[in-house]
Design a protein around this ligand. Sequence first.
Ligand SMILES: NC(=O)c1ccc[n+]([C@@H]2O[C@H](COP(=O)([O-])OP(=O)(O)OC[C@H]3O[C@@H](n4cnc5c(N)ncnc54)[C@H](OP(=O)(O)O)[C@@H]3O)[C@@H](O)[C@H]2O)c1
Length: 267
Amino acid sequence: MNLTNKVIWITGASSGIGEALAKLLAKEQCKLVLSARRTEELERVKKETGLSDDNVLILPIDLEQYQLTVEWTQQVIAKFNRIDVLINNGGISQEGYAMETSAAVEQKIMNINYFGNVALSKAVAPIMQQQKSGKIAVVTSIIGKFGLANLSTYAASKHALYGFYDSFRMELKDDNVAVLIVSPGFVNTNVTLNAVTGDGSAYNKNSPAQENGMDTTVFAKKFVNAIKSNKNHKYIGSKELLTVPFKTFFPNTFYNLMHKMSKKKNG
Ligand SMILES: NC(=O)c1ccc[n+]([C@@H]2O[C@H](COP(=O)([O-])OP(=O)(O)OC[C@H]3O[C@@H](n4cnc5c(N)ncnc54)[C@H](OP(=O)(O)O)[C@@H]3O)[C@@H](O)[C@H]2O)c1
């Protein structure tokens, strides 16, 4: 897929991976729709892309309000008249044992990471089907391939995305609409700092895994290359990606090791 002049809608564009993608895609001469909750951060990202008002739309959204996805999509069409790529990247992480996590927090994580994500794709897909072209890129995680202590609902939400999009891809293919699943390993963002705890308060601490993770600009380059390719799925990260084949081929050893590591981390 050639990205020049394409209309690309990025959720979670106010920081981290989404921000890095916005800056790189602006250099590729794309027209961008930047979405997240924090309007002032979206304005900062817009300014740092150097794009003119004609080529960028700030569209504040809260993925928890997913009954509004059709309305949001109409706003994008009113400005650009088409949508070539949706990057469904907005999401929230978790820090807390399942037994200490309220049902309200579990619902919130699922609403943002799964139901909001899926509702947005279902609002955008008919436009792409009509165009007979388009790509939905969805950000899951290697935590969508196995679970870890403290991350039960986050892992569930990311596992659910695989199931939905592996199915949805087949339903869109005949209209020339593609689905790319991107599974990051560790990326150096504030995702853990912004995580919610079991009672819904902010975790407010970063994790060494993220601090030592891949730089967002390096990550964004690999992500954009995957969008340009015909790939259905792409893992992006470093040696932590080996956890996925390790779990597949040696599941018992994997779970014993991860259990020991989580004991060490959580005391
Ligand atoms: N960093 C990693 O190591 C890693 C690994 C695997 C997967 N991921 C995934 O990568 C994606 C991006 O995360 P990141 O690492 O770049 O962390 P981040 O900097 O915390 O970015 C998360 C983005 O999601 C947006 N967001 C959160 N809640 C939202 C809501 N209710 N409605 C709309 N937007 C919302 C945030 O913007 P506002 O706060 O302004 O709404 C922010 O732009 C997430 O889906 C995450 O699960 C990250």
